[in-house]
Design a binder for this molecule. Structure first.
Ligand code: NAG
Ligand code: NAG
Length: 323
């Protein structure tokens, strides 16, 4: 009886397996999109000039195409390395692919968000437009951009630690103008470990996904169990505020329902986004660190892998499904 009960508990607690991947399965803070012209999948990652990979299918085989901005960003930010470009976010509008990205000195508010455009997404096709012009403020860190359109208006979600996730309306795809950012999610605990937000509309709600916990620096002994990245979610009917978790706790008051935590070899899932697949519907994609590599000592960002699952919705809340 007890054996059956613990088997049942372990079954309900487990997450479904991640989707398969063949070819080059490295990813870091990925952004994924299907190209309109041919349905080909593109995956962009943090790194030198923003790494681009592509594949005929979600599961691969993935091929490394090179960098979007091999010479770095034209953003002039003293103290930060403008060749090392973080957390790309790519969307398609008006026959153009827009890529928001961040330049930063790690662990500081010396950061800026920029934008580049392309009509094909191929290496060599990207034009950098530099900063979008989010004003500096000690409340937030200008990294981890994410774009959405709500009722014909464009917005960027961004932020990492300090006062966590903020949102700002854009005056055009390339500029913030005089608009002022406002907070949409905040964890009051410790040093406010929320970043990597992604806003996605489905049914009656806008879902705010974010990464909670510690990204990277995964070694055999760090971080403490449970302190690593996990993917959380809150929802709102307007998309511009009022985000709550499944218990009704405000996302600005430390709320955030667990969507995906470490399981099996998938350690520290985060840096997530949602792609609306032309055949499968909503797909949650993320990076993770293979547990065996962490236990063997860890090897920095080179160890990150691409993970994905189909995303279902039950009673208005997202659930991770087997691929
Ligand atoms: C800047 O970052 C690139 C990789 O993105 C690296 O190759 C280069 O050495 C870095 N430059 C400095 C001065 O750290
Ligand atoms: C808030 O932070 C604490 C401490 O890091 C953590 O235990 C908790 O899970 C976090 N909650 C959310 C919603 O991120």
């Amino acid at each position: 009886m007890f054996g059956l009960l613990s088997l049942f508990i372990s079954l309900v607690a487990a997450y479904p397996a991640r989707g398969p991947c063949t070819g080059d399965c490295w990813a870091h803070d990925p952004s994924m999109i299907q190209r309109k012209s041919d349905g080909k999948y593109f995956r962009f990652s943090t790194g030198t000039g923003v790494n681009i990979m592509s594949s005929p299918a979600l599961k691969g085989p993935w091929t490394d195409l090179g960098a979007a901005l091999p010479d770095g960003s034209k953003i002039d930010l003293s103290g930060a390395n403008t060749t090392d470009i973080w957390a790309p976010d790519v969307h398609y509008a008006d026959s153009t692919y827009y890529m928001y990205y961040a330049i930063s000195a790690i662990g500081t508010q010396t950061s800026e968000i920029g934008v580049a455009t392309s009509t094909t997404m191929e290496p060599g096709s990207w034009t950098d437009h530099g900063v979008v012009g989010i004003p500096a403020n000690s409340d937030y860190n200008r990294i981890d951009p994410n774009w959405i359109e709500i009722d014909g208006k464009q917005y960027l979600q961004f932020g990492s630690f300090w006062q966590d996730i903020h949102q700002v309306e854009l005056t055009s795809a390339l500029k913030v103008g005089s608009n002022t950012p406002y907070q949409i999610a905040y964890n009051a605990s410790l040093n406010h470990r929320e970043e990597g937000s992604f806003l996605y509309q489905h049914g009656d709600y806008y879902y705010l996904f974010f990464s909670a916990g510690i990204a990277g620096s995964y070694t055999a002994t760090t971080p403490a169990a449970g302190a690593e990245y996990s993917i959380r979610v809150c929802r709102s009917t307007t998309g511009t505020g009022g985000f709550v978790d499944k218990d009704g706790t405000a996302c600005t008051n430390s709320g955030g329902t667990m969507l995906l935590a470490s399981h099996n070899q998938v350690y520290g899932p985060g840096g997530e986004g949602v792609l609306t697949d032309s055949d499968l519907g909503p797909i949650l994609y993320y990076h993770y660190y293979p547990l065996a590599e962490k236990e063997a000592g860890g090897d920095g960002t080179a160890g990150y892998r691409y993970g994905w699952n189909e995303l279902g919705f039950t009673d208005g809340w997202p659930v991770v499904k087997a691929a």
